[in-house]
Design a protein around this ligand. Structure first.
Ligand SMILES: Nc1ncnc2c1ncn2[C@@H]1O[C@H](COP(=O)(O)OP(=O)(O)OP(=O)(O)O)[C@@H](O)[C@H]1O
Length: 307
């Protein structure tokens, strides 16, 4: 790992404990300027804690946290770092234009109001009052407020968790425009699909440590993407050793083989004469993700990148 002063984010051996819980455990992560990075992990993985550390809301027990070459506090003070809250922050009875205009006025070098409205996809909603916005529209206003100071880095903790599918898509369209201007985005999410679609890079975090780090294509290649099912008779232990197989689950008469290479697994099953009622189904992305952070992932020999 290189030490690059141009990194937008640099965490070095960072640990944050809450009592006996190591919410972030010796984590090292560098994000070069211009990347859109998804921090992906199950509940309690340490995503919010990581973002809290980067915003200076939490102090690490050990290790160093650098944001845009300095401390999080300095980055926020200069307006170079912005965060978007999940909820709240919108003043009722004001219009979209009034609120964004007011907040813009508090920044030293704000973006022109019309540009903020356009970037957040709010042109048609500028005159609308806060209480009349849908969930997705309100979230775009929060995004606009974060955008107004023209930050270089945006940190988003589960920005779409309260949104439905359509609102989620609309939100990400706004985010894409921001990223296209060469800005850096780090967002946390539970959804592999979201990481897959919107991030240049996916960092999978599990129990405060990095479980995998790569493009979503690389991450998906690491995980078991198909399940081969057969009716199993006799000893099922050898199934575990077939090519591609990551884990085997026996339910009644059926053996479900989670595999990274369905073709190789099927060929090997055929050679063993064990193809009764054979079925191959793609694993849902969510399940694939669980296999990466759960037992199956460890069985597949995935190593912690930053151990
Ligand atoms: N203020 C706190 N006090 C005590 N424990 C905490 C605190 N904040 C976080 N934790 C614990 O630290 C661990 C990591 O929590 P964190 O909120 O960072 O995870 P997360 O990945 O953001 O989870 P989620 O997806 O559920 O938001 C969890 O075990 C959590 O219970």
């Amino acid at each position: 790992m290189t030490d690059d002063a141009n990194d937008a984010v640099s965490l070095r051996g960072v640990t944050k404990r809450f009592g006996a819980v190591r919410a972030v455990d010796d984590l090292s992560l560098d994000i070069p300027a211009g990347q859109t990075v998804a921090l992906l992990g199950p509940n309690g993985a340490g995503k919010s804690t990581t973002i809290g550390l980067l915003l200076g809301l939490l102090a690490p027990d050990s290790g160093t946290v650098r944001v845009l070459g300095g401390t999080p506090e300095a980055a926020i003070r200069s307006g170079r770092l912005a965060a978007m809250p999940q909820e709240g922050g919108l003043v009722p009875r004001t219009t979209v234009r009034e609120l964004i205009g007011f907040v813009s006025g508090t920044y030293r070098a704000p973006l022109p109001l019309e540009e903020v409205l356009a970037s957040a996809g709010l042109e048609g909603l500028a005159g609308r009052r806060m209480e009349r916005l849908s969930g997705g529209q309100a979230q775009r206003v929060r995004f606009a407020l974060a955008l107004a100071g023209d930050p270089e880095l945006m940190l988003l903790d589960e920005p779409t968790s309260a949104l439905d599918v359509r609102a989620r898509r609309e939100f990400w369209e706004s985010m894409r425009a921001f990223a296209a201007r060469g800005r850096t985005i780090l967002f946390s999410t539970h959804y592999l699909e979201e990481a897959d679609e919107y991030a240049d890079r996916v960092v999978v975090i599990d129990r405060g440590r990095i479980a995998a780090d790569g493009t979503s294509r690389e991450i998906k290649r690491l995980v078991a993407l198909s399940t081969v099912s057969v009716t199993a008779t006799g000893d099922t232990a050898p199934l575990e050793r077939l090519p591609g197989v990551v884990s085997v689950e026996i339910r009644g008469e059926r053996a479900h083989l989670r595999t990274r290479d369905a073709d190789a697994t099927v060929v090997a099953l055929a050679a063993a004469g064990a193809v009764r009622d054979l079925e191959v189904v793609p694993t849902a992305l969510e399940d694939a993700f669980l296999s990466l952070t759960g037992q199956a992932g460890r069985a597949a020999g995935l190593t912690e990148v930053d151990a």
